[in-house]
Design a protein around this ligand. Sequence first.
Ligand code: AMP
Ligand code: GLY
Length: 430
Amino acid sequence: MTEKSLRVLIIGSGGREHALLKACKASPLVAAVAVAPGNGGMEQEAICYPLNVTDVHAIVALAKRLDANFVIVGPEAPLSVGAVDALVAEGIPVYGPNKAGALLEASKTFTKDFLMRHAIPTAWGKKFTSSEEAVEFLAAQKFPIVIKASGLAAGKGVIIAEDYDAACSAVYDMLDEKCFGNAGAEILIEEFMEGEEASIMLMVSEDKYVMLPASQDHKRVGDGDTGPNTGGMGAYAPAPVVTPEIEKAVVETIVEPTLKGLLADGIRYRGTLYVGIMITAEGPKVVEFNARFGDPECQVLLPLLKTDPVQLMYDCATGTLDPSKVEFRDGFNIIVVLAAQGYPSTPRKGDIISFPSKLPAGTAILHSGTEREDSGDIVTAGGRVLGVVAHGATLATAAQNAYALIEKIRFEGMHFRRDIGARQLKRDGV
Ligand code: AMP
Ligand code: GLY
């Protein structure tokens, strides 16, 4: 591929897509980049087009109108409705799995069947559509136990039930009260796994893959992992909790059997495979798969690549990936998410954000839920508003750099976790 040959369209509007945009802007391969729908921060760096990301026809029409020769799909929703299949049918290379591959995220029962069929370590699980049968099954189980809506529920469809009564009410809420709509029409009852969680993102081109450094997300809204679950309040990478031994076990028992299993099942996977693992006493086990980069994990992982991430994504999309050529940078990246008043339940919108005039080297402010007003002001427009990313030779310096920058950012109701990376910092003796 030659310099300045790619006209890229990025689909999505969060911090992950802002990180993808920055990678495109830094890539010598990219002649032009547009985003749809984007957000207030991305509008300052690229043209953003309005788009309903689950409207496959609109995605194809926009890619053709822009004469895009490479599309990067950020979020899961367009993947799960077949945006990639439609773009590929038009001859446009796309980074992101097709509809069949995206089922690894869109259907937890499909994934559980897949994992069990290919003998990949995971919690045992059993699927139900009848609350009567589910409750009868629960009567003979040990607690805690995990109840999951099978479909896409924006990260909210998982209940860890401490006892029989809590488990039964989760079952009734999902199957009878339809609290997650159709996403909970089928549920999974799953063994509770004890251990520490980590995420491993793979850039996959069917049988070939690049494994990015392990990362750790922080899903609860409050310090010390308290309060309700969110889309992710912060992350860091590399995560040393994934030791070389654990990484080897992940590759041998999870990654390679998964990629072989996909091919054996006729699924030609090209895009990110997000492997959420629990490090248990019996070794790493799969908690979940996602069919895309994590948000906010993507924001710390892309800048750790010395190799051009756009080149890697394009090579995955076109089947030309050469994993032996990939290089990483030293040091650690951290991201702290700044959330709006009321997040995660009912985030307030419209608060004006004030930014520092200059960014220190090795830091970035990525936008998630922001809008740009006609006045030029950037205002809050979503739950997760900004992500503050910082690099450091150690995790401790990365964290110091991020928190120092946060001091200079302000909006009414802004809240964030002050303990991103704390578990690892404690292990490091900081
Ligand atoms: P999921 O959407 O499947 O990743 O689940 C969301 C979160 O629930 C995970 O990140 C874990 O913290 C927790 N979780 C899910 N499944 C299990 C399990 N089987 N055992 C323990 N925790 C779990
Ligand atoms: N940060 C978790 C996710 O993207 O699903």
